[in-house]
Design a protein around this ligand. Structure first.
Ligand code: NAD
Length: 352
């Protein structure tokens, strides 16, 4: 099992080192090779996605990524900026399915802005299509009309196979969870999502054990705040998923806890925390490594099909929290405050 390890910038190297430590402690047959991306790629090879890094990612079964970006690169030409490396690697690897769990450990219920009883024990998976929709559809652009007024155009498009492909990911994942899929659309207004709904219904015939429901996106945005625990798996297109997954991430209140996965058609994936490179705290050994460690657990589950070890890592994170260990971002009164490295050690200790 080959893993490309791309620490990136800012806190990236610190948090990725903790996930690597946890993976090593499992004594699996993993080959991990490190390469630069983002600002680190620019420094090393003048390119935020150096050719050698892309080749390594293509040759590997999975990619573990820290984060990219630093304010010091903001003045670079657009194609040299760290974020470009990230967008390009997602595209080059054809990662069309973005999985963002929103999971709230009872110990952290106080970190959410919502009432603890609304969010405590929340375990929701949002699946967002990542390579289509209005973000990529043609025609697009800003043109000038005959009367001299400017007009902006973007086009919402999905074809049947694109919808089926992401729908299958949602149904397959629901089969490993509570067997409920809520498909989010705006079928009352947009034909593209009317087709989306039809295809989801057709596909559901192949998954008789999964309960499929539909929700309009405006209602879904409301229900996520009103009663988020009603959802198991939510599947939606690129633009709706962009907005809803950020909304859902705030239900948990702590950005340092949220993992993510982006998968291709063969379950090859790139795994990364949902947060950025946090340049404000880089190099201080205070970052929370749990989102990255939980991303490594997702890698074990979705790319390596190793549910037992995925659960083992997740339980070790839970145990460390239950023991009162906290990094500064999730600190509560009376907790045992740890740095990034020590939190990695606490998770490793909790594995056994
Ligand atoms: P950010 O997520 O890096 O940080 C937002 C806030 O959360 C900061 O106060 C930061 O200290 C804190 N934070 C983030 N992760 C944390 C962790 N693990 N532990 C403790 N605190 C944590 O977002 P930002 O400040 O808007 O962006 C900083 C840089 O990151 C920018 O260059 C941006 O482009 C980049 N970025 C990268 C990604 C990515 O690599 N996927 C995503 C978002 C932003």
């Amino acid at each position: 099992m080959k893993i490309a390890v791309l620490p990136g910038d800012g806190i990236g190297p610190e948090i990725v080192a903790q996930a690597v430590k946890v993976l090593n402690a499992l004594n699996l047959n993993l080959t991990m090779t490190e390469a630069p991306i983002g600002g680190a790629g620019y420094e090393a090879a003048g390119d935020p996605l150096p050719d050698a890094t892309l080749q390594l990612a293509k040759d590997s079964d999975a990619v573990l990524l820290g984060a990219v970006g630093d304010w010091k690169y903001d003045k670079l030409e657009r194609h040299l900026r760290p974020e470009r490396g990230l967008l390009r690697i997602r595209k080059e690897l054809n990662l069309f399915a973005n999985l963002r769990p929103a999971l709230l450990y009872p110990e952290l219920a106080g970190a959410s802005t919502l009432k603890p009883e609304v969010v405590s024990g929340l375990d929701l998976m949002i699946i967002r299509e990542l390579t289509g929709d209005i973000y990529f559809g043609q025609p697009r652009g800003i043109s000038t009309l005959e009367n001299g007024e400017r007009e902006g155009i973007n086009t919402m498009r999905y074809n049947e196979s694109e919808i089926k492909r992401i729908g299958r990911v949602a149904f397959d994942i629901a089969m490993k969870r509570n067997k409920k899929v809520c498909s989010v659309d705006k079928a009352n207004v947009l034909e593209t999502t009317e087709l989306w709904r039809q295809v989801m219904i057709e596909l559901s015939a192949e998954y008789p054990e999964v309960e499929l429901s539909h929700m309009y996106v405006d209602n879904a945005a409301m229900q996520l705040i009103r009663a988020p625990k009603q959802f198991d798996v939510m599947v939606t297109g690129n633009i709706f998923g962009d907005i809803l997954s950020d909304e859902a991430s705030m239900l948990t209140g702590s950005i340092g806890m949220l993992p993510s996965a982006s998968l291709d058609a063969n379950n090859k994936g790139m795994y990364e925390p949902s947060h950025g490179s946090a340049p404000d705290i880089a190099g201080k050994d205070i970052a929370n490594p749990l989102a990255t460690i939980l991303s490594a657990a997702m890698m074990l589950r979705y790319t390596f099909n190793d549910e037992a070890n995925a659960v083992k890592v997740e339980n070790a994170c839970k145990k460390a929290l239950a023991q009162g260990y906290r990094t500064a971002d999730i600190a509560t009164e009376g907790c045992h405050l740890l740095g990034c490295n020590a939190m990695g050690d606490a998770v490793v200790a909790a594995l056994n």
